[in-house]
Design a protein around this ligand. Structure first.
Ligand code: FES
Length: 216
């Protein structure tokens, strides 16, 4: 005859006995109940964990642990910006036009750290355009003052923050302004240029943000 274990029935009656008088509970039976509870409890925890993990897509799992993020920039047109998340932070990718690059060069006197000596970026981005490739700015979109997210404001737009605005980024929280290389203008609260994350090109139209190691 098959043994059928009805955990809930036995457990309830014996637990009541144990609470009322521990000394009257048969020791062998108590050991059996403890082992049974451990098995059932472990099975329940495992059953709960599997669906949780199963609901995450591979890209969510990757992002969740802060791993590098691959970005396809093949559809990004000159003058456009796209936003991706890396380690929970917004990363802006701006494809700059020739005119935008010329405008950056014209702002050297107006920005407070033109050669990024006091700012944070990888060595390969410590240049005039703060980039591996002049055309593409890859920058963390968080204001270096108190962490607001600046807006991308095009040149000659209706909402230019100052006259003769060449285009760049404007932080609405306390008025900091940055040029199209993420360099901070003089006389605003933000102390340094926007931060450039580590990144590299996997192909001419694919970026990897968060990893700039060279191939072996
Ligand atoms: S947080 Fe951007 S200016 Fe203060």
């Amino acid at each position: 005859m098959a043994f059928v274990f009805n955990y809930s029935d036995i457990h309830l009656s014996d637990m009541q006995g144990e609470i009322m008088d521990n000394s009257n509970v048969d020791k062998g039976r108590r050991r059996f109940l403890t082992a049974a509870a451990t098995v059932v409890g472990g099975a329940g925890a495992a059953a709960g964990a599997v669906p949780f993990i199963a609901t995450m897509t591979p890209s969510e799992k990757t992002k969740a642990i802060g791993a590098p993020v691959e970005v396809d920039i093949s559809e990004l047109k000159p003058g456009e910006r796209m936003i991706k998340k890396w380690q929970g932070k917004p990363v802006w990718i701006l494809r700059r036009t020739k005119e935008m690059l010329d405008d950056i060069a014209s702002q050297n006197e107006a920005v407070s750290d033109p050669t990024s000596q006091a700012s944070s970026q990888p060595e390969y981005a410590m240049n005039e355009f703060r980039a591996r490739e002049d055309e593409y700015l890859v920058v963390i979109g968080i204001c270096t003052h108190l962490g607001c997210s600046p807006s991308f404001v095009l040149k000659d737009g209706d909402n230019s923050p100052v006259v003769d605005w060449k285009g760049g980024f404007f932080c609405p929280c306390h008025g900091s302004r940055f040029d199209l290389a993420g360099r901070v203008f003089k006389g605003v609260p933000a102390p340094t240029n926007l931060v450039i994350p580590p990144y590299k090109f996997i192909t001419p139209s694919q970026l990897l943000i968060g990893d700039d190691s060279e191939a072996a």
